[in-house]
Design a protein around this ligand. Structure first.
Ligand code: Z5A
Length: 232
């Protein structure tokens, strides 16, 4: 008889633009692999061939999009991503580190003024019970995030994608949505360690952010019985 495979942990990185989610997700994978754990990177919107096609529609500055159309496209991309990539990996015992997930829809499409019940209902439908075990909120202010983004585009604001072209107020509002979501969940859980949310000060330098993230992942691994004995 085969021994039952222990489900992998599902870790998401969330936050406003320029927080370093992509680079830190990759550093988190390296950390997990250094512990002998199997881990894969993914991102949203995207993560499967079909979801990448939807991503291209979503970020194209040529596409004028109604807020509900935008939400439905993000959710369609997510639905495919969960079924084709995330769930199969978790079921095989592989850890999935995902750069954005359903909380991005609550923060961003919430900032568009869409009713949050719509976003929650669609998230429920697409996620199929596959909620993150740990969500790292890489919080950074508008100015610092924008500066990093501009540096990445070598100062060319015309390279910004459809969403990056939004006004400052939109980004301030979605940042606050994230902070509220994390705060509300921590309060609801009573004990902060029982909440899946961990706040990371992403305004700090890269190594310091990496250390904060490692600390949170290590704690979650230990609590879930995933940390190999030699690393305890
Ligand atoms: N979106 C949505 O509206 N609804 C949804 O449901 C989902 C997404 C899933 C996806 O674009 C867009 O879709 C996104 C949210 C929306 N829109 N915005 N804006 P994306 O995936 O292409 O973009 P992103 O997720 O926003 O990534 P980002 O902000 O562009 O970058 P990041 O992943 O947070 O950071 P990075 O690429 O790792 O780093 C950016 C630069 O900063 C890079 O040059 C790094 O070297 C530098 N960096 C990183 N960390 C540091 C530190 N600590 N100090 C200094 N410099 C740093």
């Amino acid at each position: 008889m085969c021994a039952e495979v222990k489900r992998g942990l599902f870790i998401t990185l969330e936050g406003p633009e320029g927080g370093g989610k992509t680079s830190q997700a990759k550093a988190a994978i390296e950390y997990l692999q250094s512990l002998g754990l199997k881990a894969v990177y993914s991102h949203e919107p995207g993560g499967t061939p079909l979801s990448e096609k939807i991503r291209a529609l979503l970020i194209d500055p040529e596409n004028n999009m109604a807020p509900l159309t935008e939400l439905l496209l993000f959710e369609a991309s997510r639905c495919q991503h969960v079924q084709e990539f995330i769930l199969p990996h978790l079921q095989e015992g592989v850890f999935v580190v995902c750069d954005r997930f359903c909380d991005s829809s609550l923060a961003y499409q919430g900032a568009r003024g869409l009713p949050l019940e719509w976003v929650r209902d669609l998230n429920n439908l697409c996620v199929k019970g596959c909620w993150p075990d740990l969500t790292l909120l890489l919080d950074v202010g508008y100015e610092a995030g924008r500066e990093r983004l501009l540096r990445r585009y070598e100062g060319k604001a015309q390279s910004f994608d459809r969403i990056e072209r939004e006004k400052r107020q939109f980004f301030e509002s979605l940042r606050q949505n994230y902070l509220n979501m994390a705060q509300e969940d921590i309060e609801r859980c009573g004990d902060p360690l029982q909440s899946r949310w961990r706040l990371v000060d992403a305004a700090k330098d890269f190594d310091s952010v990496k250390e904060q993230i490692r600390g949170h992942i290590k704690e979650r691994l230990q609590r879930g019985g995933y940390l190999p004995a030699e690393h305890i």
